[in-house]
Design a protein around this ligand. Structure first.
Ligand code: NDP
Length: 411
């Protein structure tokens, strides 16, 4: 597959990169560990990012503004302009001001620079939108297709990171970890209070919605807990995998949620999956079941989740994805009962940052040299869904309402 730009090296490009703010306590932070393990391959054999070089130390903070994904020296050395900012909301934001003559935009799902149709219209030179992570729903993919903009992401870079977080949150909910920790911190020894919502997961029915890279990794990690495993997906896994993990396949999500005690969501956000967990679907779940959503906030109906927790129909909800992001200070998921939410952190562990920073550099090297970007990184190219996008997404747009992110103020 060839990149449309692609026959010659590009010069004097303007690259606008939107990253989350530096640590409140200042940058660089003190690191808890000396380094991160070196991986050789992803679980399905896909090669790790392979840029010609990197200008950062793996395990260091790269995803915030001062980290700059370790790209500054590389881009400046080639004579390109590199603008990094966290200021992304509203017409006076640095992002909107820099957009009209940007050639490339880099953004992260954790702190998304929403590329709505209106912004794409303003960005007349834009040819490439890179997601430093996985999940490109913050881009109006339909508008990108219509404008022939290439959209790509760093497939696999943080899939296992998210799977680990999802498993942690499944256990946190079922065992009711967070309130128990609260008793310790407050100085109590209230065993009865701490145990009154705490269960074993052993023997429960646990299902995933979508068994792609993350969903399958969650199933593999949950198997040793002696649970009954279920999944639904648009494409069925091989019979060998189903047998090895003891999986029950469900033709649709309604069938899956009807039998599961725990449902973990792992499909991308696109028009088919937006608002999937609405009042009606949640109503089909067993009373006292749990949802973990590390996929995208908009897959679950915000108010239906709150009502189900308040009524006790759901025993707990966790995840790390919200809509919009950052979540406004009065977002009801911050205060609803029996939740174990984190901000959007699962895919931005220091381990994951090293992989997505290297992946972004690989994509930029290919693009700037006029070489093809790996097929597995492509979401949109040549006016249509491509690569991973053609497999996992549907056409259309899921950015509606993203301007609400401007209602957040830092605490
Ligand atoms: P994959 O592309 O490997 O898997 C996505 C899976 O979702 C595919 O198996 C796809 O099916 C399936 N799917 C798509 N639409 C539907 C549908 N309507 N119903 C059921 N299944 C569906 O991606 P990953 O597993 O790596 O990532 C999945 C998502 O997780 C990302 O798109 C992103 O939104 C989120 N994510 C969150 C992160 C975080 O930090 N919280 C970090 C990384 C990802 P098929 O291909 O068979 O059609």
């Amino acid at each position: 597959m060839s990149s449309p730009s692609a026959q010659r090296a590009l010069s004097n490009q303007k690259v606008v990169c939107v990253l989350y703010d530096d640590p409140a306590a200042g940058f660089p932070p003190k690191y808890a560990r000396e380094g991160i393990p070196t991986l050789t391959r992803y679980p399905d054999g896909q090669a790790l990012p392979s840029p010609s070089a990197v200008d950062f130390t793996p395990g260091h903070l790269l995803g915030s503004v001062s980290g700059g994904l370790g790209l500054e020296r590389f881009l400046a050395g080639l004579g390109h302009r590199f603008i990094v900012t966290a200021d992304k909301e509203g017409p006076d934001s640095v992002f909107e001001r820099e957009l009209p003559d940007a050639d490339v935009v880099i953004s992260q799902p954790f702190w998304p620079a929403y590329l709505t149709a209106e912004r794409i219209e303003k960005a007349q030179r834009l040819k490439l939108a890179i997601t430093a992570g996985i999940g490109s729903d913050h881009v109006d993919l339909q508008a990108a297709m219509d404008r022939n903009i290439t959209v790509c992401e760093v497939t696999w870079c943080n899939s296992v990171s998210v799977a680990e977080h999802a498993v942690m949150q499944i256990l946190a909910l079922v065992r009711d970890y967070i309130p128990q920790y609260g008793w310790v911190v407050r100085g109590g020894w209230n065993i009865a209070d701490a145990a009154s919502r705490s269960y074993d997961i052993e023997g429960m029915d646990v299902g995933v919605v979508a068994a792609g890279r993350i969903g399958l990794a969650v199933l593999k990690r949950m198997k040793p807990f002696d649970v009954k495993l279920h999944y639904t997906d648009r494409h069925r896994l091989s019979l060998d995998v189903e047998k090895e993990l003891g999986l029950t396949f469900h033709e649709n999500v309604e069938s899956l949620v009807g039998v599961c005690d725990v449902v973990s969501i792992h499909c991308p956000l696109h028009p088919e999956t937006e608002d999937m967990f609405d009042e009606a679907l949640i109503g089909k779940m067993k009373r006292g079941s749990y949802i973990v959503n590390t996929a995208r906030g908009k897959i679950c109906n915000r108010d239906a989740i709150v009502r189900a927790l308040e009524s006790g129909h759901l025993a707990g909800y966790a995840g790390d994805v919200w809509f919009p992001q950052p979540a406004p200070n009065d977002h009801p998921w911050r205060t609803m009962p029996n939740h174990a939410m984190t901000p959007h952190t699962s895919g931005t562990s220091l381990s994951a940052q090293a992989r997505y920073a290297a992946g972004v550099r690989e994509i930029l090297e290919c693009w700037l040299d006029g070489r093809p970007i790996r097929n597995e990184y492509l979401i949109v190219q040549g006016g249509g869904l491509a690569g991973t996008g053609a497999h996992s997404y549907s056409e259309g747009d899921s950015t509606g309402g993203s301007e609400e992110a401007g209602r957040y103020t830092a605490g």
